[in-house]
Ligand binder design. Structure first.
Ligand SMILES: C[S@@+](CC[C@H](N)C(=O)[O-])C[C@H]1O[C@@H](n2cnc3c(N)ncnc32)[C@H](O)[C@@H]1O
Length: 283
């Protein structure tokens, strides 16, 4: 018998039961708000509220899935990113707050560049969170976003329609395979977790092809860095997210392929999170 199948009637009872539960508090509370279709303040202001039998059943089913490792975002089907809500499913990575740093860096670069408008390529778009956010924040720019997963591209397309990101196009491509044209910015949050990384055990629900890369997690970053120069305009920017311990390796990769002004930038936790470089003169 699950916790709420016992004689639980009010939100106050549920809060008391889950207070010291091993599930992260924001998971069960977020799920409860979703089931109730109420904001989080409702849990504070409505202690005496009683769940309907259907809500109790839904709540319990979600809690059981969470205990098997299904993240809250896959249960609710959505995740906030840079102030917008993105639909997600089991075919897409759940957008991470760390990736918002990548957005800030590109926006900062665009603000300082002499360009009034430009062309951005997002490699491995997943839910479309990077491409759509950049398209919304830079309304005079065009964005092309690719992924090799048709299922992910469907989610990204739906997100673009719902968020009215009209100047954001999507295409299926294995990295640069189907890409034509020249870009002012190439951005990517590629798979970068090493195959033997211990953190993988906690990421059981997300698509493994979105997360893991060979060569200690650097395989896809090297492919992207080696080919991006050919698709960048003069002074164009390559910005790639990576693991907290990969900064030096990624700088070496960028250097090997002739980028200029290479630097690694930290996230708000102080960890190395992305490396940028601009197209070198020789490519
Ligand atoms: C770490 S996820 C990032 C998703 C999204 N951009 C984000 O930041 O949440 C990496 C994405 O790259 C895609 N991907 C992996 N290998 C690829 C390849 N060879 N060509 C194109 N996309 C690829 C995956 O399907 C996945 O959507």
């Amino acid at each position: 018998m699950t916790k709420t199948e016992q004689l639980i009637l009010t939100l106050s009872d549920i809060k008391a039961l889950y207070r010291s539960d091993s599930l992260p508090r924001h998971w069960w509370q977020g799920w409860l708000c979703h089931v109730l279709d109420q904001p989080s303040s409702f849990l504070i202001t409505h202690d005496d509220h009683v769940l309907t039998p259907k809500q109790r059943q839904l709540f319990d089913e979600g809690i059981a899935k969470m205990r098997q490792g299904v993240p809250l975002a896959y249960l609710t089907g959505e995740q906030a990113f840079f102030g917008r809500i993105f639909a997600v499913n089991e075919h897409t990575l759940i957008p991470r707050p760390d990736t918002e740093r990548l957005i800030e860096v590109v926006l900062d670069w665009a603000a300082k560049s002499p360009l009034d408008a430009g062309y951005i390529l997002d490699l491995g778009t997943g839910s479309g969170c990077i491409a759509i956010t950049l398209a919304k924040e830079l309304p005079s720019w065009q964005v092309l976003a690719v992924d090799f997963s048709d299922e992910a591209l469907k989610v990204a397309n739906d997100n673009a329609k719902r968020l009215s990101a009209n100047h954001c196009q999507f295409a299926r491509s294995d990295w640069f395979e189907n890409i034509e044209g020249a870009f002012d910015v190439i951005v990517s949050n590629p798979p970068y977790i090493a195959q033997d990384d211990e953190h993988l055990a906690t990421l059981v629900a997300e698509p493994i092809t979105a997360l893991v890369a060979k060569d200690d997690g650097l395989y896809d970053i090297e492919i992207i860095a080696s080919q991006a120069q050919r698709f960048l305009n003069k002074d164009g920017l390559l910005a790639v997210e990576h693991g907290y311990d990969q900064g030096m390796s990624v700088r070496q990769i960028f250097d090997k392929y002739g980028y200029d002004d290479i630097k690694t930038i930290q996230d708000y936790g102080g960890n190395d999170r992305l490396t940028v470089g601009v197209r070198g003169v020789s490519r």
